[in-house]
Design a protein around this ligand. Structure first.
Ligand code: IVH
Length: 669
């Protein structure tokens, strides 16, 4: 028996090696060297052997590609490095702006080279390889936390289960796009139509739906494909450029899009953009633009990231798809801050693969500027994932029956009079008790950009609000499973899950709670800045206007809005109740290692020779320091470049440490 098992193991190793080799030739290189039947024979032999010796099945065996028993739910995965998204540029002029920004930031770099890549319209994933073996695959999620979809990703033939070549890196995190080719998409939808199943709107939805299947055997049957385009930490591969990185990924066994181009300058980038636009319609997969990346990884590092996007890359989107339809009417929606937004009701029409029946009209001025009338034929457009909009009415098709759009004088929800606030175009309902605003705030609170409480989506919040179970935020934390279970559409299990999800949200970070509260002008980015500076709700609540203003990135309007919010007695009461109900934002994880500039507040004046102002500020923040935009006693160092202004003398009077550029360099080195 032992002998037999040993022989089986030896044979399995040969089979796995061969199957791996042929799968790579077939799926990645598109150059098969054996016939399909031959491959199938080897595969069957492998399956039979593994069935006889289940203990010999390995994580990276090609047999893992067929999927396994369904999961209850996906586990979550913390990305070691955040998965960022990309800023958009529309058209060539905005590409030139991009380069200008780069050159300004880098200051001393006269010429930049780039890599231009098709922007695949699929979904971003991360693959983690340890000692060359695929150990985890995950979705992007919110960028920091994604879902563990390892088993599903293993079913995709273009995803290597094991890296090719000798001496793989100890750890490699590869990023790329899972997508469905157009032919596979059409075939899948035909099959679904024949089976009476709902159709996917476009290949991207089909790909996303397929990799998020709890039953990986279903994923295995979907025609999914994968292109690698980067790594979370290029240092893992010791490359100097994006171009080298892609070549390295290719030699490790990944598919890299053949339409990737090295571009010595922006002119070549623009030429490639035009080329992709031309050939786009003939490709067997959908692309929604081109991604431009600074080629040098050292420069990428210097350029660094903004809150959610890198500075060193941009997505240059293709022009929008358009369609014509009829403007049936205009609805008025009350947002959580009371802004009343007109929304166009359209006769449903397909635009770029998605059915559109509503489009935002932003505000009254927009309607006037475009001269939109109810009954008009209108041109509608959608660019990538951007919300659809009306471009213009088709005036030549007017019959004279069209009616002007009239703005309401009163809030459609509470009937309170509407006002135009100074300097704002939006019409606003200023009734603090307006039910529509309250409901919207509650939906925001539990939603994705708020506390992200599973099971408390828009529909559920509407139900809880109408049933008068939740009138304000603290009410959410007082919900009992029995109360929920008694509601329409609920069962004991779903009620328990919802209450558990609510309970779990009690320990979120301060930043998340702040952005969930929906304080005007405080989004995720500002919330993170506030958390960074004040750490606790108590300290933030008592911060003075002046103190708020010393936070880099917070201006007068935002600071005033924060103070107004916390000065409101109703807010104070609400927060006190939240505290009583156990909502205690967790302490942030301490930053790794001692940051050398923690506690330092730097102010810059004059021009630096070696850094742009932006790069200098970034460096300070990376090292844990703060940058101030005005002189006050909080400032610990004044950095003087060439031609310092009046700040120098004042700083001397205040006894602040003064550094020249060399001193600054020493401080940060
Ligand atoms: S690089 C930090 N390269 O576009 C840079 N992204 O908003 C991160 N995408 O969801 C992305 N093709 O999935 C990069 N060649 C490409 C891409 C690409 C498609 C997607 C990506 C992400 C989105 C960016």
């Amino acid at each position: 028996m032992a002998d037999e098992k040993e022989a089986a193991l030896a044979r399995l190793q040969v089979l796995r090696g061969e199957l791996d080799y042929h799968a790579h030739r077939y799926y990645v290189l598109d150059q098969p060297v054996i016939a399909d039947v031959e491959y199938d024979r080897l595969f069957r032999e492998l399956l039979e052997l593994e069935e006889r010796f289940p203990e010999l099945v390995s994580e990276d065996s090609p047999s893992q590609r067929v999927g396994g028993a369904p999961l209850e739910k996906f586990a979550t995965v913390q990305h070691r490095h955040a998965m960022l998204s990309l800023e958009n540029a529309f058209g060539e002029a905005e590409l030139r702006d991009f380069e200008e920004r780069l050159l300004r930031f880098l200051k001393d770099t006269p010429q930049l080279s780039y890599v231009a890549e098709p922007k695949m319209d699929g979904l971003a994933i991360e693959l983690v390889y340890e000692q060359g073996v695929l150990v985890q695959g995950s979705t992007r999620g919110d960028g920091r936390t994604g879902e563990d979809i390892t088993r599903n990703l293993k079913t995709i033939a273009a995803v290597p289960l094991r890296l090719r070549g000798e001496n793989p890196p100890a750890l490699l995190e590869v990023r790329g796009e899972v997508f469905m080719g157009s032919a596979g998409f059409r075939k899948l939808n035909e099959e679904r139509a024949a089976a009476g199943e709902p159709l996917f709107a476009n290949p991207r939805n089909a790909a996303a739906g397929s990799v998020r299947q709890l039953d990986s055997r279903l994923t295995a049957r979907r025609p999914l494909d994968f292109y690698a385009y980067g790594s979370s930490d290029p240092a893992q591969l010791a490359c100097a450029t994006q171009q080298e990185l892609l070549a390295r990924l290719s030699s490790l066994g990944f598919k890299v899009n053949p339409l990737v181009r090295f571009c010595p300058g922006l002119a070549e980038v623009i030429a490639h953009y035009r080329h992709l636009l031309e050939i786009r319609a003939g490709l067997d997969y959908e692309i929604d633009g081109m991604v431009v990346k600074v080629n040098s990884l050292a420069l990428q590092e210097r350029l660094g990231n903004k809150a959610r996007t890198p500075r060193w890359a941009i997505a240059c989107k293709f022009p929008a798809s358009q369609a014509t339809t009829t403007l049936l009417g205009v609805d008025f929606q009350v947002g959580r801050t009371g802004a009343v937004t007109p929304v166009a009701i359209l006769a449903p029409v397909a635009v770029g693969g998605v059915t559109v029946s509503r489009a935002t009209l932003h505000n009254e001025e927009e309607i006037k500027r475009k001269d939109l009338r109810i009954g008009d034929r209108v041109l509608v457009q959608r660019a990538g994932d951007v919300i659809p909009e009306i471009v213009q009415p088709i005036v030549a098709l007017r019959t004279g029956q069209e009616k002007p759009v009239t703005m309401p004088g009163h809030c459609p929800s509470c009937g309170h009079g509407l006002v135009h606030e100074e300097g704002e175009v939006a019409l606003r309902c200023v009734n603090a008790h307006c039910p529509a605003q309250r409901l919207r705030s509650l939906i925001h609170f539990t939603g994705k950009s708020g506390m992200d409480i599973e099971g408390l989506g828009r529909k559920v919040m509407e139900q809880l609000f109408t049933e008068k179970l939740v009138a304000d935020i603290p009410d959410i934390y007082a919900l009992q499973p029995e109360t929920l279970a008694a509601l329409d559409g609920w069962a004991a299990k779903s009620a328990e899950n919802a209450v558990a999800a609510i309970a779990a949200s009690r320990n979120v970070s301060l930043a998340r709670l702040l952005s969930a509260l929906g304080i005007r002008h405080v989004g995720e980015v500002t919330a993170a800045l506030l958390e960074e500076r004040f750490q606790t709700m108590e300290r933030l609540m008592t911060a003075s206007l002046e103190e708020l203003l010393t936070v880099e990135g917070i201006g007068a309007q935002v600071a005033a809005s924060i103070r107004d919010y916390f000065d409101d007695p109703a807010v104070q009461q609400m927060l006190a109740r939240l505290r009583q109900l156990g909502v205690a934002p967790g302490k942030r994880l301490a930053p790794q290692g001692e940051l050398p500039l923690r506690g330092a507040v730097l102010l810059f004046t004059g021009t630096l020779a070696g850094f742009s102002r932006d790069e200098a500020k970034e460096l300070v923040k990376k090292l844990g320091g703060q940058v101030s935009s005005s002189l006050s006693r909080k400032v610990t160092h004044l950095v003087c470049g060439d031609k310092p202004g009046s700040k120098l003398q004042k700083a001397e009077e205040l006894g602040i440490t003064i550094l020249d550029e060399k001193g600054f360099q020493q401080l940060i080195s």
